[in-house]
Design a binder for this molecule. Structure first.
Ligand code: SAM
Length: 230
């Protein structure tokens, strides 16, 4: 059975997509997308040998080798320009997702939708999208096994549109998630806030050194930002 996290990602795949799932590991997502009739064809990209082999066996086992191609390579290197209409990159840090997109920029010109699920640092992904002509068109947030995951959906468009005059909060919290204020969203940010407050309490006394002082200021700022929106 597909994880709740990846199931929620799959909901956003447009029907009849040519899907490229980058960092696919077992290729569970492309297999599911084909089985559910969401994608017409798919490519599963993997950089590491172990996960690449897992993807190959999964595709073979589900007898989907006619419609899913497993390719080994770094990020979007596995794609030809114009080949995929929808790209999913899930289960990695936001910095890595942004780096993969940035390195593969030339492969994105004909892509209609990106669905990105950073495990941490979604703000880095939002920032990359904003700087590169991608407009967030929706967001989702899901809790599974005590972890909370954000899902970002983007299309080529007006990158600033979803933020209005709330750019700073929007980049950190997500403009759609912020407007929606779901229970899971509140839980996530209450948890982050407590975590930062704990770090702050454990930090050495004021005036220790410049680096600690800067870190302290940053934490105080973040805690304030969370308190203002919750
Ligand atoms: N996408 C799956 C999911 O969400 O369940 C698997 C997530 S797994 C934690 C991350 C996978 O990304 C690993 O299999 C890793 O080998 C792969 N990966 C990391 N960097 C990559 C890159 N630059 N290009 C392709 N795959 C990469």
């Amino acid at each position: 059975k597909l994880s709740e996290r990846l199931e929620r990602v799959s909901i956003h795949i447009p029907k009849d997509s040519i899907l490229a799932d980058i960092g696919s590991d077992h290729a569970y997502l492309p297999c599911y997308a084909i089985e559910q009739g969401l994608a017409a064809r798919a490519i599963a990209g993997e950089v590491s040998e172990g996960p690449f082999q897992s993807a190959c066996s999964q595709v073979k086992q589900t007898e989907l080798d006619e419609v899913i191609e497993v390719r080994k390579g770094d990020g979007l290197d596995v794609l030809q320009e114009g080949e995929a209409t929808c790209i999913t990159i899930c289960g990695m840090g936001g910095a890595l997702i942004s780096q993969i997109l940035d390195r593969g920029k030339t492969k994105l010109s004909k892509v209609e939708r990106l669905i990105l699920q950073p495990n941490i640092a979604a703000n880095i992904v939002r920032n990359w999208l904003k700087e590169n002509g991608w407009e967030l068109v929706g967001e989702d947030i899901v809790e599974e096994d005590g972890k909370i995951y954000e899902i970002l959906i983007a299309e080529q468009g007006e990158p600033l549109r979803p933020y209005g005059d709330q750019i700073e909060n929007g980049l950190l919290f997500g403009p759609f998630l912020l407007a929606e204020q779901s229970d899971v969203f509140k839980k996530k940010w209450n948890f982050e806030k407590s975590h930062w407050e704990r770090i702050l309490r454990q930090m050495p006394e004021k005036g220790e050194n410049q680096e600690t002082e800067a870190k302290r200021e940053q934490l105080i700022q973040l805690i304030k930002q969370v308190k203002e929106i919750l």
